[in-house]
Design a protein around this ligand. Structure first.
Ligand code: MG
Length: 294
């Protein structure tokens, strides 16, 4: 299943929808009211509060559903699929070639940093380019959505705690990121990190470690790799992070970006006002955002 957050009209609250095909969605609360034994939350944050269970209920509802109302994707605006971000945990330098281009070293442990909700935007929103930075960059990342409370999870059990996957652009202000050893100030600027366009539930992704992962700026290929090159893979990360902190449903993990970032290009390929950044991960989706100076 592909789950979206959508708005029917301006100023309406985001609601959870499920894609019926590549062009249409159905409202999850309405579907569950008509065909289920339990009404599912309309609000994305409430839905992901108990993600694994709600996804299971929705799968049963869909099997019983027929003749229901659908909406065209063209008639709605998509929001950040999980609503408000909870914990946003990012993994730095997790692809070998990216470590090389950033003149960094392979770490002994995953490099973790955080983003906050102020940075997170929806798949159709503009990426803000604030005047505090002159070096804004893109990073396509496969993003894991946690489905169940996860504490001290073994690697072999990691997928039991995952609800699905989405895409994120870990937009980074390289000048701010690099002026201190901690990267946070370059990684959590307001309105910079699109997530979406939907959450693909895990049963649709046979192997998340063999997906082509690409980014484009104004149509030019910038990053082109495969998730097989992740240094610390998804079970490793879920085990490692859940040993440190409890992961909750709706938390997300950005797993790192491959080589090809603008900062490492010669001449520089950093973002400019008006650029269009497109991210694509095989089997997950495509997300395109415009850069806007603010
Ligand atoms: Mg990153």
């Amino acid at each position: 299943m592909k789950l979206v957050a959508y708005q029917k009209g301006k100023n309406e609250n985001d609601r959870v929808g499920v894609l019926i095909d590549s062009e249409r969605l159905a409202d999850v609360e309405d579907l569950s009211q008509q065909f289920g034994e339990k009404v599912l939350p309309a609000n994305p944050s409430d839905f992901y509060e108990d993600a694994a269970h709600h996804i299971e209920v929705l799968q049963q509802v869909l099997q019983k559903s027929s003749g229901y109302e659908t909406l065209s994707l063209q008639d709605v605006r998509l929001g950040m699929p999980l609503g408000k971000a909870k914990k946003v945990i990012c993994v730095g330098i997790n692809y070998q070639e990216h470590i090389h281009e950033m003149k960094s070293q392979v770490p002994d442990f995953p490099v973790l940093f955080a983003k906050f909700d102020n940075a997170i935007i929806g798949p159709e929103d503009d990426i803000y380019y604030p005047s505090i930075t002159e070096k804004l960059d893109y990073e396509v990342e496969l993003t894991v959505v946690i489905g169940k409370t996860a504490s001290k999870v073994k690697k072999e059990d990691a997928f039991d705690y995952i609800a699905g996957y989405t895409l994120a652009n870990d937009t980074s202000a390289r000048d701010l990121q690099k002026r201190t050893p901690q990267w946070l100030q370059g990684k959590s600027l307001d309105h910079t990190t699109p997530v979406g366009p939907w959450v693909v539930t895990k049963e649709e992704v046979e192997n998340p470690h063999e997906l082509n992962i690409c980014s484009y700026v104004n149509g030019e290929v910038r990053q082109s790799s495969n998730t097989e090159h992740l240094i610390f893979d998804i079970p490793f990360l879920v085990n490692f992070i859940s040993e440190i902190m409890t992961l909750e449903p709706g938390d997300i993990i950005l797993t790192g970006t491959p080589d090809g970032v603008g900062f490492a290009m010669n001449p520089s390929g950093l973002l400019q006002d008006g650029d269009r950044v497109k991210l694509e991960i095989e089997g997950i989706g495509v997300m395109e955002n415009q850069v806007k100076k603010v």
